[in-house]
Write a protein that binds this ligand. Sequence first.
Ligand code: NAD
Length: 496
Amino acid sequence: MTPTLQDNLDAASTAITRVDAFIGGQFMPAGSGARLPSISPRDGKVIAEIAACDDVDIDRAVTAARASFSDGRWARQHPRHRRAVLQRLARLVEQHSHELALLESLDMGKPVSDAVSVDMRVVMQSFDFFAEAIDKRYDEVGPSDPTVVSMITREPVGVVGAIVPWNFPLMLAAWKLAPALAMGNSVVLKPAELSSLTALRFAELAAEAGLPDGVLNVVPGLGETAGSALARHNDVDLLCFTGSGPVGRQLLRDSADSNLKQVALELGGKSPQLVMADAPDTDTVAAGVAGGIFFNQGQICSAGSRLIVHRSRYEELLDAVVARAQKMVAADPLDPSTELGAMVEERHLQRVLNHIDAAREAGADIVTGGDRAEVISGGSYMQPTVITGATPESVVAQTEIFGPVLVVLPFDSTEEAVAIANGTPYGLASSVWTTNLTTAHSLSRTIRAGTVFINCYDAADVSVPFGGYGQSGFGRDKSLHALDKYSQLKTTWIQL
Ligand code: NAD
């Protein structure tokens, strides 16, 4: 039975059990004793004081990870053993999915029902998928001279540093942890300072599932202290990052300035949704477009934040999208019926509102929304917003806003639509709405983006890769291809 709002409120009061770093199989405070307040955007109240770790704690965690990797307690186990442990972990996430969802919702404001049906479901699927895959992969033998055996084997990379953002805290961590651990790596995870609670509780579940000490370490703290120390550490072999472009660039510099660790970056986007003249019925398109931008309060790297629509469909589609935006009313994230929760923090809400003010001053029209929503006193909520009258080159149509803000741009020819779609430095996701198969295929080939959705948005499965072109980053999460990132190839040449 789905818990009620009162059930969630009751459970929330005792949900937070882990606030310290998890290093070498032990929970411990930061060496400095420092703590960071965790503020719930639901009502602006402090819900926990988490360990504020720094370079000393990161060094301790990397040392624990290295020791666990070097003695082979995980890396040299039979793949079937790793499969069994990770499957047990998936089952524990399943059993605790409501508790974890509640933590996520309290910590960063997403609707608790989305946290169960999307975030926790994907965490579970990620561990099941990579666990099931890992004992079914074979290495290779090269086509060499009969006097030679040339073996091509895949080995774990070693110590993996993972740094993740706050918008899908445990889910994005799982996209990295599941393939990294399945391959036999040891990991140090630095969750976002705004949303560390699920990662800390997850570490405890991983230990319960049988993951040996030191193989997964979770070190909370600020980006510029804990995150930077991980990026600059000389004993980290691979750094996997999801977050903003400026931090991604800094991580590349940190790698160059330290041990040339490998770096994989999943960054932001300004994803286009193209609606052609022959798009399906307006209601269907409007539902997809609105879901594509407003889900998770628009705080999604792949948010379809630019609606590029053929002039013949412009007015009717704009009306339909605005009607949907006006129906999406921000509400208490702990209420199971809520579709639109809180923004992650007050500072971010203000940032989004500033973007809207700047667009207004630059001459754009705010057709609906544009302001904060009053839901719970002290909370940070926002109205879904639709903007017209901006040019494709304008700041509001070029910058990742990371909020529920849609910019609508008309076009007259397919060439113009493609030029607008490809006219940002990003290339994460995109959609094309058309009933013509040829148009769908040819636009899918022309649009520079890691994902092209045809007549849908945000369709996803762990079996297909996710990642960006251009300044949306490089490297792919999810699918069997993700295992490439967490492994290196070794050639063994045997002269017979
Ligand atoms: P952010 O870059 O500010 O922070 C991400 C993480 O990096 C956090 O854990 C933070 O503590 C850490 N960090 C910050 N400064 C650091 C530094 N100097 N060194 C090391 N670590 C540091 O991003 P955010 O605000 O948390 O998240 C929003 C951004 O993430 C958006 O740009 C969004 O598009 C992007 N994102 C991308 C994807 C994707 O898969 N491509 C998914 C989700 C979010």
